[in-house]
Write a protein that binds this ligand. Structure first.
Ligand code: ZN
Ligand code: ZN
Length: 356
């Protein structure tokens, strides 16, 4: 009768854990947990040694597939749970899912979800003008509400959401228009060599600057998908609205920490921003669908003018979209725009511009 133990570990930026399987005739003992801890143990008996061996092979292979490796017990030592993980665990009750737009620069298409390009106008309609000064409105954002993540389908209505802005009056004109029945977005379009060359200079330019478009709507940054992420509120929002202790949040270094801020701290300084801090800070100001809005003075007082209920965050046109490692589509360097919508009256919007 042989007794055999397989010991595996997974240790990367996120995990630091072990998995140990011991077979003893028909008995299989599994022990697992954080490296350095005793872990949890389960013992299962099988009808035959062959069945026990088959189960061991299956368990070990599934762990190897997940990135575990054969290891020597004791080579790696116990690691403290990271400060970032501990803080986030305390804020579980405030976590929401936000969705980052994934973009692809391409030829404009009328019904696409997009930044820039041309707005779809119903047949016979002309480009809208500002109700204040009469000038032609600037267009830069359209969402096809049929193309939202499945869990958000219907939450924000149906049709096309469009945002027009007058940069003389600083007024915003959000609206939802119905889609014609035949509306569809082409999945693959052929791009000529000339367009490809234009796109290669246009794309980094509009992503990094104000989005001024020299091609008159010929190209768009199409939203081709959504990436979910854990989103947490700005500390003042958490404190005022949800009673979270300020100190708890202050500790999170939630101000605009980025890679450069790390240089001010020694490597072993517990206050040094972690990669999680930096990602959280970015998420808070980035462009996103749903999730938490960036804090602004009196943001919590956005109520629907019809029913009086508080509005929900629909979209944040923030500090930018992530694109090929590039963080930034800045419409306006000092501001971001929060788009609120009434859950009941889906044509009712409020635009709130917040300064950083
Ligand atoms: Zn105007
Ligand atoms: Zn309402």
């Amino acid at each position: 009768m042989t007794r055999e133990t397989t010991y595996l570990e997974l240790s990367d930026g996120k995990s630091h854990k072990f998995y140990e399987v011991t077979i003893n005739d028909i008995e299989v003992t599994v022990r697992y947990g954080r490296i350095g801890d005793a872990g949890k143990t389960t013992v299962t008996a099988y009808d035959t040694p062959q069945k026990a061996q088959a189960e061991v092979t299956k368990l070990v292979n599934s762990k190897l597939k997940k990135g575990y490796e054969q290891a020597e017990k004791g080579d790696r030592t116990k690691q403290p749970i990271s400060r970032g993980d501990r803080r986030l665990a305390r804020l579980n009750h405030l976590r929401r899912t936000g969705w980052k737009p994934l973009i692809k620069p391409t030829l404009d298409a009328p019904f696409a979800s997009k930044y820039l390009g041309k707005p779809w106008l119903s047949p016979g309609a002309t480009h809208p003008n500002c109700s204040g000064c009469g000038g032609a409105l600037n267009f830069h954002f359209q969402l096809n509400l049929q193309e939202l993540p499945e869990s958000l389908q219907g939450k924000f209505g149906t049709g096309l959401f469009q945002l027009f802005t007058c940069y003389s009056c600083y007024k915003h004109f959000p609206q939802i228009v119905a889609l014609p029945e035949s509306a569809s977005t082409p999945s693959e379009v052929e791009i000529s060599a000339e367009d490809a060359a234009n796109l290669s200079t246009w794309t980094p330019y509009v992503i990094q600057t104000s989005g001024i478009d020299d091609f008159n709507g010929r190209y768009m940054l199409q939203i081709v998908g959504w990436q979910p992420f854990d989103d947490y509120p700005f500390y003042e929002e958490a404190q005022e609205t949800y009673g979270t202790e300020y100190t708890e949040y202050e500790e999170m270094l939630i101000f605009h920490v980025d890679e450069r801020d790390r240089e001010y701290y020694d490597e072993d300084d517990p206050d040094r921003p972690t990669p999680i801090d930096i990602q959280l800070a970015w998420n808070r100001t980035a462009d996103k669908l749903s999730g938490w809005e960036y804090w602004g003075q009196q943001v919590e007082h956005h109520y629907c003018r019809i029913c009086g209920q508080p509005m929900q965050l629909f979209y944040q046109l923030g500090h930018g979209v992530e694109y090929e490692g590039n963080q930034g589509l800045d419409y306006d360097r000092d501001n971001l725009m929060l788009l609120f919508q009434c859950a009941e009256h889906k044509d009712e919007f409020n635009c709130y511009c917040s300064a950083f």
